[in-house]
Design a protein around this ligand. Structure first.
Ligand SMILES: Cc1cc2nc3c(=O)[nH]c(=O)nc-3n(C[C@H](O)[C@H](O)[C@H](O)COP(=O)(O)OP(=O)(O)OC[C@H]3O[C@@H](n4cnc5c(N)ncnc54)[C@H](O)[C@@H]3O)c2cc1C
Length: 664
């Protein structure tokens, strides 16, 4: 007698028993099969050493850094890349799983306002010091290249930092402000700590600007008052509505100095800049109460608090009424950090998406063998490359400015490019993150893959450190303040680079588009003139996007022209037999290989890959609505459907993107 799972075979019932037995065995098999499926559902997408895998970054460094600097930097970045994958990335996930906890009262009813952060978060602070993530820029070991080197480390760190990039941005900004003030004696200790490599000494800083009545409109929204004390210090009274990294050691903040009658000057002329310690040596808050922690969509690893300043002791560090000018140095730095974060999150999402394409099978073949999927990734890749090159350009210029090596033109260009890059890459990163999420299908939406965390954290990049509109207006301000000089420098820089690229055949279409875009821009500016403030204001966003697209387009052309970018592994046109001897420009066989290679990061032939993608985009019909005016017209009667009254001349209305590659 055979006994299977309680079933007995009895003589005479053999047929029936054997059927039952078969069913049971099938059940078993199904069960096993299910278990197998559960265990081997899908290989996880991964990234390796982000420095070694980033061909564009490596070729950029190779082309630009002096050999001695490159040698040292390369060694350090390779080591850092390994540390990120093996040690820092797991901490980052721990920070996400253990967000800060706020305890207002202790068990006995005493107000304690304790913001408890996890061990991994505190470890991030130590690592930041050990790696010199702030120090590098201020030690200037590599002269003008130190800032770029620091930015590269921050770029690699950003998407593994568990949100710690935010306090680092403000810390860098605070160090910059103190340095620009000549490091006064009273701030020497703070400066040394902000730029220290010693984890025991290292401080982070907050930047407390936003109040209830205004984050953008700080000039009118700041209510905080400062009262002078007999010892020359001040006491601050007010309410700070958004204070990120509220566990920081110090902060820079704005307040209005009250006179003997308690009156303050309103507007930006009434604002002064103050330095304060958040806690004293015993860890007691500096007459500050934490109202609550913000319940945020993303950046949950980091404590963002609402704070009451109830006589917080502070030191005036700007001239009275010059607070906005003094803090602008901080904003320039935090905005550059914002660009770093944007590029880093795009790079991380695309790297993971690329790896997934090599592992996931759909319709009987890997995703990487589906041309349309590869085209989607390639388009994202082009976005991140443009953004990366723009970032490198900015930190290169900043490095020159900080070592007194920048020409007047370079300083003007830097002034213009910071807001342009911040506003453009913030938007780009959100679009790329959403697109990349889709490239994982349903898995992209699953919380425990970590992908939604990247998306959520990316979405804030267009809001903090100045929204898109506010930065667009800042771009206009830079034009007005320099009496058009920034624009003249911008145009002459782009024109010069275009001349260099125009000799390369693959780039001729892109160069032509850039020329047309510049022409549109010049036509627009001539039509508007400096008088029509409203027109300029309404066009500010489109105008700034145009500048960003033109500049990144020209950066990409330059990178391809000089072969920085590792655009490798493309087909030679003569290999395409069906098209041989005819016009090959839209041949799908020719385009498929370079586009795939671009998407997978395996391209070998300078220029061809991006040019191919551009050709492909050009071949597509223009989508309806692409040429319609992007500006809303509140003054127009609704439903007229006409833009004849549009204050923006038509020259600007069609997107003057030179890059052809802006489908997002
Ligand atoms: C997660 C997070 C952390 C933050 N951390 C900090 C921090 O540490 N320190 C700090 O100081 N702040 C911080 N902020 C605040 C942030 O900087 C502000 O929210 C931001 O500057 C916008 O200000 P607001 O919220 O007052 O919006 P508003 O200024 O009210 O803007 C609302 C909308 O109106 C638009 N708008 C406003 N004025 C104009 C105009 N003149 N023309 C056209 N459009 C306009 C804006 O673009 C925006 O879309 C943080 C915000 C977030 C989300």
């Amino acid at each position: 007698m055979l006994n299977v799972k309680g079933i007995k075979r009895i003589v005479g019932q053999e047929q029936q028993a054997s059927m039952k037995e078969k069913r049971v065995l099938e059940d078993w098999e199904m069960h096993l099969a299910r278990r197998e499926t559960e265990a081997l559902f899908q290989e996880q997408p991964e990234t390796g050493n982000q420095y070694l895998e980033d061909t564009l970054l490596r070729s950029y460094l190779k082309t630009h850094l002096p050999p001695k600097v490159l040698e040292e930097v390369h060694r350090d970045l390779e080591r850092f890349g390994n540390r990120l994958v093996t040690k820092i990335q797991p901490l980052s996930w721990e920070c996400e799983l253990n967000p800060p906890v706020f305890r207002q009262y202790d068990a006995w009813g005493q107000r304690v306002d304790d913001i408890h952060t996890c061990t991994a978060w505190r470890r991030m602070k130590e690592i930041s010091a050990e790696e010199g993530l702030i120090a590098e820029a201020y030690e200037k070991r590599y002269s003008n290249w130190s800032r770029l080197y620091q930015a590269v480390k921050l770029y690699l760190f950003s998407s593994s930092s568990g949100g710690f990039s935010c306090p680092l941005a403000m810390t860098d900004g605070a160090a910059k402000v103190i340095e620009s003030l000549g490091i006064p004696g009273s701030l020497k200790n703070a400066f040394d700590r902000l730029t220290s490599r010693d984890p025991k000494k290292f401080w982070t800083s907050g930047q407390w600007m936003t109040e209830r009545r205004g984050g953008s409109d700080v000039a009118n929204g700041t209510e905080t008052m400062a009262r002078k004390q007999p010892d020359g210090t001040y006491r601050l009274y007010g309410f700070k509505w958004f204070t990120s990294a509220a566990d920081s050691d110090m902060a820079l903040t704005l307040a209005r100095i009250a006179d003997a009658e308690g009156q303050c000057t309103q507007g930006s002329r009434g604002l002064s800049l103050f330095f304060l310690r958040v806690r004293d040596e015993e860890g007691k808050l500096n007459s500050i109460q934490v109202q609550r922690l913000k319940d945020k969509l993303g950046t949950r690893q980091m404590a963002t608090a609402e704070l009451w300043l109830q006589g917080a002791r502070a030191e005036l560090i700007s001239a009275e009424g010059r607070g906005v000018a003094a803090i602008s140095n901080m904003l320039n730095i935090t905005r550059i950090h914002n660009v770093i974060g944007a590029v880093a999150s795009m790079r991380r999402m695309i790297s993971l998406s690329r790896d997934y394409a090599r592992k996931r099978v759909a319709f009987g073949k890997l995703l990487k063998d589906h041309p349309l999927h590869m085209q989607t990734i390639a388009r994202m890749e082009v976005q991140v490359r443009g953004a990366f090159l723009l970032l490198m350009e900015i930190v290169r210029l900043l490095g020159l400015a900080e070592t007194n090596l920048a020409s007047q033109q370079e300083q003007l260009l830097l002034r213009l490019l910071i807001p342009v890059a911040k506003l453009y890459t913030g938007k780009q990163a959100s679009a790329v993150a959403v697109e990349a999420m889709e490239s994982f299908g349903g898995q992209g939406y699953m919380e425990d893959t970590g992908l939604p965390v990247i998306l959520r954290d990316t979405l804030v990049l267009s809001i903090w450190e100045g929204t898109t509109n506010i930065l667009s207006l800042d771009v206009l301000r830079s034009l007005a303040k320099s009496q058009g000089q920034v624009m003249a420098v911008f145009l002459s820089t782009v024109q010069k680079k275009l001349e260099l690229a125009s000799g390369t055949e693959e780039l001729s279409a892109a160069v032509q588009r850039t020329r047309e875009a510049i022409g549109n821009l010049q036509q627009f500016m001539a039509a508007v003139g400096s008088e029509q403030a409203l027109t300029m204001e309404m066009a500010a966003r489109d105008f700034s996007y145009s500048l960003a697209r033109i500049y990144t387009g020209r950066q990409r052309q330059e990178s391809q022209n000089h072969g920085w970018a590792g655009w490798e592994g493309t087909l030679n046109p003569t290999q395409c037999h069906p098209c041989h001897g005819r016009d090959t420009s839209h041949c799908p066989r020719l385009l498929q290989a370079p586009v795939s290679n671009l998407a997978l990061g395996t391209a070998r032939d300078p220029g061809t890959a991006t040019a191919a993608l551009g050709t492909l985009c050009q071949a597509l019909p223009t989508l309806p609505g692409n040429n319609s005016c992007p500006i809303s017209h509140p003054a127009l009667p609704s439903g007229t459907g006409s833009h004849s009254l549009c204050p923006v001349p038509p020259a600007l209305v069609p997107s003057p993107s030179p890059a052809l590659l802006e489908p997002l």
